[in-house]
Every structure is written in structure tokens, then in C-alpha cells.
Write a protein of this length. Structure first.
Length: 319
């Protein structure tokens, strides 16, 4: 069996498809999403493949057909139509003030303007500049715009220990995201991802038409690897590893539908050939640890394998 490269830390769809990395085809889910709705929100833990999903959507709407050959969506997509894509991500760095957030948003809008070759009036505020970018992009390309937002909540989560700053971040992001609803006539599709789910009365109060698929059973396996994926896509990596042990350590993440493996855990297992709590050691959100400590929850209990799962629902309310 041919062993491909392990896409550890790779979040670029083009690189995975062109450089002989393993790829688990999620485009069947993507086709269903696009066919069934227009505005979506998805929350998943860090290092679960959200950024790769966003990049896959961007390449699909941009019409980069060669990257999708052999995938489920390929025969069902109109490759003659290309849609302009606006991408916003707060994954990089830590923002610690409203001024820093506004500067980052302004820079992200500038990057999109330059990539799309669209001019926006320089004296507009953030909401005005974002709205004009969407409208002018639609007019320039003759196709409605696709808006993709990754790590929508990170500026808030990075400041949860400082509630005043967190509220300022919330207000700044709400000002940005509310533009999406007001630009409905110019938008083909919008998809937002993050780690947490904030209530619709706070950050999403101006964007209450989002369809939250976080615990929709139909999309439980949208991110992560299923049992079938492990046995087929990653079959060349399995010799020498006990499947029961793999299940015991890394399976069981479930959003009311099909259970999935954490992709980061599995990829590092296949690379190091060693059972360890890979995600917990490197991907645990700091804000979650701080909340658990503050509210008196016990840390994970170790039994020579993965930490036992406890039921908890940390609040992310900053209203």
C-alpha cells in the first residue's frame, strides 16, 4: 500500500491535494451545506480541521476544478461559475485592546480589497468599509460574494480573564459581523467557525439568520475522521497499531451524530507510532483551562491512556 505524507499542521487544501498528502474527502458534506442553506455557523475544538474546511470552501467557490478531481462534489458542481471570496481570520496573534482589534480588521479588509482589486472609500468606518467591499465586489465580478470567517471568537477568548476588554472585543466583532446580514442581496454563501458558541443576544445579535450546525447530527462528521476513514484512507498507517487501542484513546468525539476521531491525535500517532494525549498536550485552549480552574472543576483523570471525559459546559457569556 502506498503511504502518503501526513498532513500534520497543513491547513491549505491546495497543498494537500497537490503534494501527495492523505486527504479525507469532506466535499459530500460541503455539497449538502451549499444546497440546503446560505448562512452557517460551526463550533469545533481547536485542531479539528476547521481552517482546512474554510480553505476547501474558498477553493471550491473560486472554481479551482483540478483540485477537486476524484472527490465527491466534482461531478455535481458548476465549474463554469466562479464566485469572489472574502476571507477573514483571527487565528494569528493575540489582540489585547479594541484599538488593536479595529486595526486588525482594517488590515484584513485591505488584504481582501487588494486581492479582489476593489476600491473602497478611505474615510468609511469598519462596518461601512466591509459593507462597501461586499457591494462593490458583487458589482465588479457580477457574482454574489462568499464570506468565510475563521476563528471568529478568538479575540474574545484571548481576553476572557479581563471582562471589560472581552466586552469591547465582542462589540467590535458584532459591529463587523452585523454587516453580513445587511448585505444579504450581495452574498452567495457565508460560513463562520470558532471554538465557542456565544449566545445570539451578544455577538450574533446582528446576525441572527445563521444556521448553527454545531450539534446537527447530519454534520457531526464534517470535521474529524470517522471509523471508516481510518480503515480506508489511513489503511497504510495501521500495520503495527492496535485498532482497539486507537479507538480507546482517540475515538468518541460526537456532536449527536456519527462519532469521529480527533485528526491531530491520529496524525501524530501515525507519525510517532506512540500513544499519547497529543491534542491535550498541545491544543487545549487556555481559556478553557482557566475557566475550569476558576469554577472548581477537577482536571482530567489519567489511567495510562486518554483522560476520562467529564460532562461540563463552560459558560462563554460576557453579556
Amino acid at each position: 500500500m502506498h503511504r502518503r505524507k501526513l498532513p500534520i499542521g497543513i491547513q491549505t487544501f491546495r497543498e494537500i491535494r497537490e503534494e501527495d498528502y492523505y486527504y479525507v474527502d469532506k466535499t459530500g458534506f460541503v455539497r449538502q451545506l451549499i444546497g440546503d442553506g446560505k448562512y452557517y455557523f460551526l463550533s469545533r475544538p481547536r485542531r479539528f480541521g476547521k481552517s482546512l474546511l474554510i480553505d476547501t470552501l474558498a477553493e471550491l467557490f473560486a472554481g479551482n476544478e483540478p483540485l477537486f478531481r476524484g472527490l465527491k462534489i466534482h461531478p455535481h458542481w458548476d465549474w463554469s461559475t466562479r464566485y469572489p471570496v472574502i476571507r477573514i481570520s483571527f487565528a494569528e496573534g493575540v489582540l489585547q485592546s479594541r484599538e488593536a482589534l479595529d486595526a486588525r480588521i482594517a488590515d484584513l479588509l485591505r488584504i481582501n480589497r487588494e486581492a479582489l482589486a476593489v476600491a473602497v472609500h478611505p474615510d468609511l468606518d469598519i462596518a461601512g468599509a466591509f459593507g462597501e467591499l461586499i457591494r462593490k465586489t458583487h458589482a465588479h465580478y457580477g457574482q454574489r460574494v462568499v464570506v468565510l470567517v475563521d476563528e471568529y471568537d478568538k479575540p474574545i477568548l484571548d481576553n476572557l480573564n479581563d471582562r471589560d476588554t472581552a466586552r469591547a472585543m465582542r462589540d467590535g466583532l458584532r459591529n463587523l459581523y452585523s454587516v453580513i446580514k445587511g448585505s444579504d442581496a450581495h452574498i452567495r454563501f457565508a460560513f463562520l467557525t470558532g471554538v465557542s458558541k456565544f449566545s445570539t443576544v451578544s455577538i450574533f445579535s446582528g446576525l441572527n439568520n445563521l444556521k448553527d450546525i454545531t450539534i446537527d447530527a447530519r454534520y457531526s462528521a464534517l470535521c474529524g475522521y470517522t471509523e471508516q476513514d481510518v480503515g480506508t484512507v489511513f489503511a497504510p498507517e495501521l500495520p503495527g497499531l492496535d485498532r482497539k487501542q486507537i479507538r480507546r484513546w482517540y475515538n468518541g468525539y460526537n456532536w449527536t451524530g456519527e462519532a469521529v476521531y480527533n485528526p491531530f491525535d491520529l496524525l501524530l500517532l501515525f507519525d510517532a507510532r506512540e500513544f499519547r494525549t497529543w491534542w491535550f498536550e498541545t491544543g487545549t485552549p487556555t481559556f478553557l483551562v482557566d475557566l475550569l480552574t476558576e469554577r472548581g472543576f477537577l482536571p482530567p483523570v489519567w489511567h495510562g491512556c486518554a483522560p476520562t471525559r467529564r460532562s461540563y459546559r463552560p459558560s462563554t457569556s460576557i453579556t
